[in-house]
Design a binder for this molecule. Structure first.
Ligand code: 5GP
Length: 117
């Protein structure tokens, strides 16, 4: 069996990290190197290496990630339109992916430039 990803170890409580949110399919915790005042990582409990590797059977998991994002944004007070948040999924080297366990970045709390870098 391949070695667990750092995110799998957090989900399995082998590495301590307070969970911001958890349900049957996903867990979320703060990024260790935040790029905004709010920077949460939303991670599927099933290890999908990156979004482009997801299969039809992962549809519920992919949906759960976005639904969780809305709930977390609400909980953290950034859901109102006069505030706001951004979701980012990096796939592969050119996008800056560093952890091969799919995750959604939820960024908020500052002006987020567009286009992104
Ligand atoms: P990626 O670049 O793959 O889209 O994002 C990986 C993210 O995971 C980075 O923002 C990085 O700061 C974060 N990260 C890496 N190792 C850890 C860790 O051990 N704990 C937490 N909470 N975040 C991590």
């Amino acid at each position: 069996m391949s070695e667990k990803t750092i995110f799998q170890k957090i989900i399995d409580r082998e590495i301590p990290a307070p969970l911001v949110y958890e349900d049957e399919l996903v867990a979320a915790f703060n990024d260790i190197n935040p790029q905004a005042p709010t920077h949460v990582l939303i991670v599927p409990k099933k290890v999908i290496p990156r979004v482009g590797d997801a299969e039809a059977e992962d549809q519920a998991t992919l949906g759960a990630l976005l639904l969780a994002a809305g709930k977390i944004a609400d909980k953290l007070g950034v859901k109102p339109r006069d505030k706001g948040f951004r979701l980012v999924i990096n796939h592969g080297k050119d996008a800056g992916e560093t952890v091969p366990h799919m995750h959604v970045h939820l960024l908020a709390g500052r002006d987020l430039a567009w286009p992104p870098g």
